[in-house]
Design a protein around this ligand. Structure first.
Ligand SMILES: CC(C)(COP(=O)(O)OP(=O)(O)OC[C@H]1O[C@@H](n2cnc3c(N)ncnc32)[C@H](O)[C@@H]1OP(=O)(O)O)[C@@H](O)C(=O)NCCC(=O)NCCS
Length: 167
């Protein structure tokens, strides 16, 4: 069943609701290249962006509960500043209900509206098949894969994809 949710710009007051699932996802160490032992303050500085970046939250339309969050930003500066990037986290308690797809579509719409010419994901963990499939369905392709570019918590290695789509 799809969760009825809406996406809006994040405010500083949203951070206490984002941190618990941000922490769960990064501490699990399976999907992000963030350090696994980030503090809440460090994580807030990395996640809650100001212009030219943007951070959004997906909230339950009825209760206002934060279900997921995304940040979007220029991937590089100078001559490559026309390529955007984005990162996504959905509360595991609300996964599989369309929130990630909606956040992905929001990031693409934002990047188009801001005049970016492409969106690049720098480090998509190959074993994160849910994310890889979702990004492919949103028009991204794998440009290349760093073999054994990511070490999983069990000590085994998996690839790290660079994914891209034109806008
Ligand atoms: C990856 C992530 C953002 C997806 O968000 P989500 O809200 O669970 O995704 P959605 O419900 O929108 O589902 C998107 C697709 O994922 C797939 N999917 C959903 N639930 C799934 C499950 N339990 N198992 C496998 N695939 C699943 C489906 O193919 C779905 O496609 P559909 O819309 O055609 O049905 C979310 O799981 C997450 O935050 N994961 C941890 C952090 C992470 O990996 N971030 C991305 C780093 S690149």
């Amino acid at each position: 069943m799809l969760t009825v949710h809406t996406i809006r710009d994040a405010t500083p007051g949203d951070w206490p609701a984002v941190w618990p699932f941000f922490h769960a996802i990064t501490a699990a160490g399976e999907t992000y290249t963030y350090p696994r032992d980030l503090t809440a303050d460090q994580a807030r500085d990395w996640w809650m962006l100001r212009a030219p970046g943007r951070t959004v939250v997906a909230v339950d339309e009825k209760t206002g509960e934060v279900l997921g969050s995304a940040k979007m930003n220029p991937n590089h500066m100078g001559g490559a500043s026309h390529i955007a990037s984005a990162s996504f986290m959905v509360d595991p308690a609300h996964a599989g209900r369309g929130v990630g797809r909606a956040l992905g579509e929001e990031a693409l719409a934002w990047a188009r509206a801001e005049g970016y010419r492409g969106m690049q994901f720098n480090a998509v963990v190959e074993s994160n098949t849910r994310a890889v499939r979702l990004w492919k369905s949103l028009g991204f392709r794998i440009l290349g894969t760093i073999p054994e570019g990511f070490r999983l918590p069990d000590g085994t290695y998996t690839g790290l994809h660079v994914m891209y789509r034109e806008l």
